[in-house]
Design a protein around this ligand. Structure first.
Ligand SMILES: Nc1ncnc2c1ncn2[C@@H]1O[C@H](COP(=O)(O)OP(=O)(O)OP(=O)(O)O)[C@@H](O)[C@H]1O
Ligand SMILES: [Mg+2]
Length: 508
């Protein structure tokens, strides 16, 4: 840790008694925080605690209602995000905000492209993009359109774009949510290097482990207020969680389920060119089956083909012994298969619609009598779900756009569960969800199983896979490289399989 640097250093960023209110929501209340030169300052708090709002206030997206923001000791007058950019304030936002139709290089230097004779100098542009991406040590074609990249690679481009501007202050809002473990470690190394060059870094995360790997100090927000700030070396995970949620959390994962029933889903040799090959497995009633593996191993594509987003080239799928012919998502919903997508913004929610409209949108038939929708029933069902999932919103009429990232994710899950599916396929179900809510989601999934539903969970977080799943399939380069039971599973075994190593039968 670099405590030595931060002790005497001058603050680069300082917030003094900043408050920010939205209609009916107090997002920040009298928050003060300092980020010093050379410091990595972690910011943590429950979903809706105000973390992203704080970054948006500093980034010039939202004006603060009261209080002062200082950069290098000077009070800032931020009118627009551009003002913040000019001062060297760079943000990596929680949701990917790249232009899908531009190339990787164009995105990184958008608005700031090198020119020659008044034209964009592509050669130079690509060369510089490669330079910016170099420390990440991943192969990203700088000439290809961003829309074609995986979520993980998009996230890296997003981070690289923020770094390309030689920032004075770098703010990252859950930058590792779609990164693999080794990519996260590399990012941590890169950020340490940046900090030691003297810039200030503000880092939002839901992953406690990262705080201890990376940060010098940590600030905890609860309901828009600062409830703790401490050097990381003087605190521990238990204390951070306690001050986040204001109570003690006893257990993180629910106990293993009771009876696992008979076969529900059987998948035989499904194949999709250049995505996955010869994938076979069964899912039983009441079982949580984990899909583990590195990003890009084909897990999401398998899930998408089961749900009908992707057409498979070969193979067969049976539900309760009957062959399924799924051509589109409607077919699979009609068969009782529900899917929680990885990218909630793209595939999941109508951001311009209200919480209740989103909640009922997948299931309108349920609320109609003789073709007439019952507003009261819809409201009632939605209010119940908001309560059960503790979705933080001032009302069920609020537009989903205004919910915090984690609360959007909870709404998506609530909507799916209201469909009462027979099979639920959840791709990274707890991404962006705070530690407390995470265990609520896990409990919810386990409860579904107790009702006889079969659940497939795709997760890149090994502790989650180990803590939650009854059985784990590990994917490597589009194939299943092994299967491990809950009892026998360890992080090492899974990593071994995920990176292409084999296991003998006794080990499983
Ligand atoms: N533009 C907006 N209009 C209205 N309310 C908003 C707006 N932006 C945020 N909010 C509300 O302000 C509160 C704080 O939201 P914020 O996005 O800062 O939370 P967060 O700590 O980043 O949560 P998460 O971990 O889920 O990302 C939430 O109740 C949210 O619904
Ligand atoms: Mg947020």
């Amino acid at each position: 840790m670099t405590m030595g640097i931060t002790e005497g250093a001058e603050p680069i960023l300082e917030l003094r008694h900043v408050s920010k209110k939205f209609p009916a929501v107090r997002a920040l209340e009298d928050v003060s925080i300092q980020v010093k030169g050379g410091e990595i300052h972690a910011l943590i708090g429950e979903n809706g605690a105000g973390k992203s709002t704080l970054m948006k206030v500093v980034g010039g997206i939202h004006p603060a209602d009261t209080g002062e923001i200082l950069l290098d000791g000077e009070v800032l007058r931020l009118g627009t995000p551009l003002d913040a950019l000019r001062l060297g304030i760079r943000t990596v936002h929680q949701e990917i905000s790249l232009a899908p139709n531009l190339t990787v290089a164009e995105n990184i230097f958008a608005g700031n492209e090198p020119t020659r004779y008044g034209l964009i100098d592509r050669r130079e542009l690509n060369r510089r993009a490669l330079e910016v991406l170099e420390p990440f040590k991943v192969k990203i074609p700088v000439n290809s359109r961003v829309g074609l990249l995986s979520t993980g690679l998009k996230q890296i481009v997003e981070i690289a774009r923020a770094m390309a501007g030689s920032p004075r202050l770098l703010m990252l809002d859950e930058p590792t949510s779609s990164l693999e473990r080794h990519e996260t470690e590399r990012l941590i190394g890169i950020l340490r290097g940046l900090a030691s060059s003297g810039i200030g870094i503000l880092y939002v995360t839901h992953k406690l482990k990262e705080i201890f790997q990376l940060a010098d100090r940590v600030t905890v927000l609860r309901d828009g207020r600062r409830v703790m700030v401490k050097p990381v070396s003087e605190t521990h995970p238990g204390e951070i969680v306690r001050s986040m949620v204001g109570r003690e959390l006893e257990r993180i994962y629910p106990p293993a389920g009771g009876d696992i029933g008979g076969e529900l889903l059987r998948v035989e040799g499904i194949t999709k060119d250049s995505a996955f090959e010869d994938v076979s497995f069964t899912l039983r009633r009441g079982e949580i089956l984990g899909f583990s593996g590195l990003i890009g191993a084909g897990r999401t594509e398998v899930a998408q083909s089961l749900f009908g987003y992707l057409r498979k080239d070969a193979g067969a799928v049976y539900l309760n012994g009957e062959r399924l012919d799924i051509r589109c998502p409607t077919d699979s919903l009609n068969s009782g298969i529900a899917y929680l997508p990885e990218e909630r913004k793209a595939l999941g929610l109508y951001l311009g619609m209200s919480v209740v409209d989103n909640f009922v949108s997948a299931n309108l038939r349920k609320y109609s009598r003789l073709g007439i929708l019952s507003g009261r029933e819809m409201d009632g069902a939605c209010a119940g779900a908001v309560d059960m999932f503790r979705i933080r919103t001032p009302s069920i009429r609020q537009h989903v756009r205004f919910l915090s990232g984690g609360n959007q994710q909870k709404l998506l899950l609530a909507r799916l569960l209201a469909l009462k599916p027979r099979i639920l396929i959840a791709d990274e179900p707890t991404r962006g969800i705070d530690v407390g809510a995470k265990s609520e989601v896990h409990t919810m999934l386990r409860r579904l199983c107790d009702e006889g539903v079969g659940v497939i969970v795709i997760s890149s977080e090994l502790p989650e896979v180990l803590g939650l799943c009854d059985r784990i399939l590990v994917f490597h380069e589009g194939r299943i490289s092994g299967e491990v039971s809950r009892r026998a599973a360890t992080e090492e075994k899974i990593m071994h399989l995920a990176t292409g190593g084999g296991l003998s039968v006794e080990e499983t």
